[in-house]
Design a protein around this ligand. Structure first.
Ligand code: F0G
Length: 445
């Protein structure tokens, strides 16, 4: 995929950012020079994926493309029942409509914001059970996305009968694209099952997680990514997939499970929300491209190239001493905004302010994964300031070159060098009651 990118002046960016109410989601893509808002749906499809697009049949029910896609999911994950959806949050909506009830408690290793939104909007509670290592951005441990088994056991013990399932997210996006070890996956599944609680794997970046298992967990070094991926799902009760990440397609998702009862239950919600169960919000041609993307992106070389580009960006930030969640994540670098804009109080949203500064500096659009995204506590309505306040530089798959990484690092260095002169942040003028970061209107203080 080749697209034009257009340089702009600082004056133009100042005007555009003000018009966007200091929320980069409100910018037009053409006002952006390098777009690191997300790695979701922004990857470039391969020659084989484009040719697969030409082969899809578009039957309302029972298309050949569905069966081809279903067979790939069955083979890769060992899950028998497959429901396509148009993206990951749609899969959450379909499955949670069946499984989540008011008053339920759903533990997870840092639920993604839509996952948390789908739980909280059903008046249930999402409880974070990520290991404490993730809280210290400077601590180098290989599997910072891991579940704390102690925290999980406490939630399961204190909420018997109220936990419909646990969400295990691989890689753990919210704490920095950090992987979960195979050992931790197995222990988590075992612990949940000992309480009769099923495990749902949020699988958006499962292939990157498998790459980290191969390269960081000794006994897996000689296994293929496909073998590791299959093993990750052994005993897991269902998977939710946003295929826009590790499926390398621009739109798509699915639910897969071996639980016939869940499948039958979820199907009833798929039809009204997404569409008939053999297309569920997808075109036949897109199912074909997704089947191809899943096969390609579970090859070592593809993942090695991609993750090394992210690590290359990290090495440039190391040269400039810019603090980020260490070690580098799979899909992104998460810059520690709290440590950089240390003069800005939490109430003025340091990471959101850094997002604005980076855009003003060089037209680079990053994403706040911090206090703004954390929303307010649904009961007290207080801001949730207890997590990390990060600026995410998400790298789309097969889109940018290493030269772009140099521009990103240099721009961030320029902001870093003048960090002491940035003393005020942003204030909220208007916010939505849920998932406010997409639409929030801010003013610069
Ligand atoms: N789960 C995880 C771990 C995610 O990162 C996302 C999306 C979703 C679920 C929802 O999937 O977007 O297809 O509806 N993450 C994107 C991101 C948006 O930028 O990290 P979706």
């Amino acid at each position: 995929m080749v697209e034009p990118i257009k340089p702009s002046t600082r004056e133009e960016r100042e005007k555009w950012l003000k018009e966007a109410h200091y929320n980069v989601f409100q910018l037009k893509a053409e006002q952006v020079y390098i777009d690191l808002l997300t790695d979701s749906g922004t990857g470039a499809m391969s020659d084989r994926q484009w040719s697969a697009l030409m082969l899809g049949d578009e039957s309302y029910a029972g298309a050949t493309s569905f069966y081809k896609f279903e067979a790939v999911v069955q083979k890769l994950f060992g899950m028998q029942y497959v429901i396509p959806t148009h993206q990951g949050r749609a899969a959450e909506n379909v499955l949670f409509s069946y499984l989540v009830k008011e008053g339920d408690v759903v533990p997870g290793n840092a639920h993604f914001d839509t996952t948390k939104g789908h739980i909280e909007s059903r008046k249930a509670k999402a409880v974070d059970v990520t290991c404490d290592d993730a809280k210290d951005t400077q601590k180098e441990v290989p599997f910072k996305g891991n579940v704390s088994l102690e925290k999980l056991e406490k939630v399961l013990t204190e909420n018997k009968g109220k936990v419909p399932f646990m969400v295990l997210t691989v890689t753990n996006n919210t704490v920095g694209g950090q992987p979960v070890s195979m050992e931790n996956i197995k222990a988590t599944v075992q612990l949940c099952h000992s309480f009769n609680v099923p495990v749902v794997m949020d699988s958006a970046r499962f292939a990157e997680n498998a790459y980290f298992i191969k390269t960081r967990e000794e006994e897996y070094k000689d296994k293929s990514i496909k073998e590791i991926a299959k093993e990750m799902y052994e005993g897991v009760d269902a998977m939710l997939m946003s295929a826009k990440k590790d499926g390398v397609v621009n739109m798509g998702g699915f639910i897969a499970t071996n639980n016939k009862e869940w499948y039958e239950g979820a199907k009833l919600f798929c039809i009204p929300f997404e569409g008939y169960v053999t297309y569920g919000g997808m075109n036949g041609r897109d199912l074909n491209a997704l089947a191809e993307g899943l096969m390609e992106n579970t090859e070592y070389e593809m993942l090695h190239t991609r993750i090394h580009q992210v690590q290359y960006l990290a090495s440039l930030l190391d040269e400039y001493d810019i603090p980020y969640q260490r070690p580098a994540g799979g899909h992104a670098i998460f810059v520690d905004a709290d440590k950089i804009l240390s003069k800005i109080p939490k109430e003025e949203f340091p990471a959101q302010t850094l997002t604005c500064e980076l855009y003003l500096e060089a037209g680079i659009r990053a994403c706040e994964i911090g206090y703004m995204l954390a929303d307010r506590d649904p009961v007290t309505r207080e801001n949730r300031f207890n997590g990390l306040d990060l600026l995410r530089l998400a790298i789309p798959r097969r889109v940018y070159t290493d030269n772009h990484m140099k521009v990103i690092a240099a721009a961030l260095k320029n902001v870093y060098d003048r960090r002491d002169s940035i003393t005020r942040g942003v204030a909220i003028e208007w916010e939505a009651p849920l998932m406010r970061h997409f639409t929030v209107r801010l003013k610069r203080l």
